[in-house]
Design a protein. Structure first.
Length: 363
């Protein structure tokens, strides 16, 4: 008796994808199943960047499909087309950018900038075209973290700016335009305007994900972001201290109010691993991010250790994902990046640009 597609689907369903948290059939990722004698050919469309993951995935799926009586070999063809996802209603699209992911926290100094840049690098390593916008007008961090403190964006027409390219990322920051030690004494409306210009006047080039590194709290920048920037999803960074979590909850509430989906929470500086003896210690308490994710029913994206390597590499202009591409910490960032974009891939798509213009004519 020959094998049919239903049997293949049943076998594929036995594997739960760790990033989508469901099987690939239920996640609508199986696009075609062809059976040629005892060979099955399966097309898989993942919807999130996964270059470093498809080999593992293929092996997992292969073992399930090849266990079917009558199938000797299973071949997989992966594609990871990234589409644009819906943002707040009525906020217009940014040219050259498919999706915006905001990285926020309630409290300062929890590691938003470090996390943003490493997530951006992880997405790029998995095959996406990635940009990073430093939305911290008062204290920009990205020029230093990307190792381009002295860079100045070029302009070919005197109005728009080319993004600065470093470590494979397109980036823009007020830090490229103003001397590092110039104090920024700006009022709210100026901050708003500066942010809008950095975003809109940059010639982003086919960016799949633009990661926005936010300043701490829920001030003018966040308000502008909520009202004028099409954000597809937000990620909240927290440390395990209770007080930081209280602030993280405020950040969560803010996004909820403006209907930006919170893709999940990342716990940073979670455990301390002693560089001398390898002993692990929960300096700031245990499981705070996990608890927040349970309380608010949002996804726990992962936890990063308090690790000297993370600080040194970011401060030296080559963050961990770029400096140590095969290291354990890089693996954690990649895991978090995939969970984030897999979550986004399951949100509504943006059809706004596809609707025809309705014209009412009196004739
Ligand atoms: N997991 C980590 N382990 C060790 N050091 C870290 C870790 N994450 C961040 N750091 C360090 O902590 C400091 C603060 O991090 P970062 O600048 O990313 O925080 P932030 O939330 O963006 O701060 P701000 O609110 O001022 O924008 C930096 O020196 C950074 O290198
Ligand atoms: Mg920062």
């Amino acid at each position: 008796m020959s094998v049919d597609a239903t049997q293949i689907e049943a076998a594929l369903k036995e594997y739960t994808d760790p990033y989508l948290e469901k099987d690939l059939v239920s996640a609508n990722c199986i696009k075609n199943i062809a059976i040629d004698g005892t060979t099955a050919k399966i097309d898989v469309a993942l919807g999130f960047p996964a270059k470093g993951y498809t080999e593992t995935l293929a092996n997992e799926l292969k073992s399930k499909v090849e266990a079917i009586d009558g199938i000797d070999s299973a071949e997989f063809n992966f594609s990871d087309t990234i589409v644009s996802h819906a943002a707040q209603k009525g906020v217009s699209h940014i040219k050259g950018v498919k999706n915006i992911i905001a990285v926020a926290s309630g409290k300062g100094g929890v590691g938003k900038s470090t996390t943003s840049v490493n997530l951006a690098l992880a997405l790029a390593a998995d095959g996406a075209n990635v940009g990073i916008l430093d939305a911290d007008i008062y204290g920009p961090s990205q020029p230093r973290m990307l190792g381009v403190s002295d860079a100045k964006p070029e302009s070919s027409d005197g109005t728009t700016m080319e993004p600065v390219i470093s470590l494979g990322l397109q980036s823009m920051s007020i830090g490229y335009l103003i001397e590092e030690d110039t104090p920024m004494i700006w009022r709210g409306p100026m901050v708003t305007q500066a942010l809008e210009q950095l975003l809109n006047d940059t010639t982003w080039r086919e960016v799949d994900y633009l990661v926005i590194d936010l300043p701490p709290g829920t001030g003018d920048t966040q308000l502008t972001l909520a009202q004028k920037v099409p954000v597809s999803g937000a990620v909240i960074v927290t440390t395990p201290q209770d007080i930081a979590l209280l602030d993280a909850r405020k950040a969560y509430k803010m996004f909820e109010k403006v209907e930006v989906p919170v893709l999940g929470v990342i716990e940073n500086m979670s455990i301390h691993i002693c560089s001398e003896c390898g002993h692990e210690e929960n300096i700031f308490g245990e499981g705070g991010g996990q608890k927040m994710s349970e309380d608010f029913d949002i996804k726990f994206l992962g936890a990063l250790p308090l690790d000297m390597q993370i600080r040194q590499e970011a401060d030296n202009g080559k963050p961990t994902v770029a400096a140590d591409p095969d290291g354990r910490v890089t693996e954690i960032y990649k895991d978090i990046a995939r969970r984030t974009t897999a979550k986004l891939a399951q949100q509504a798509k943006d059809y706004s640009s596809k609707f025809p213009k309705i014209v009412i004519a009196n004739d």
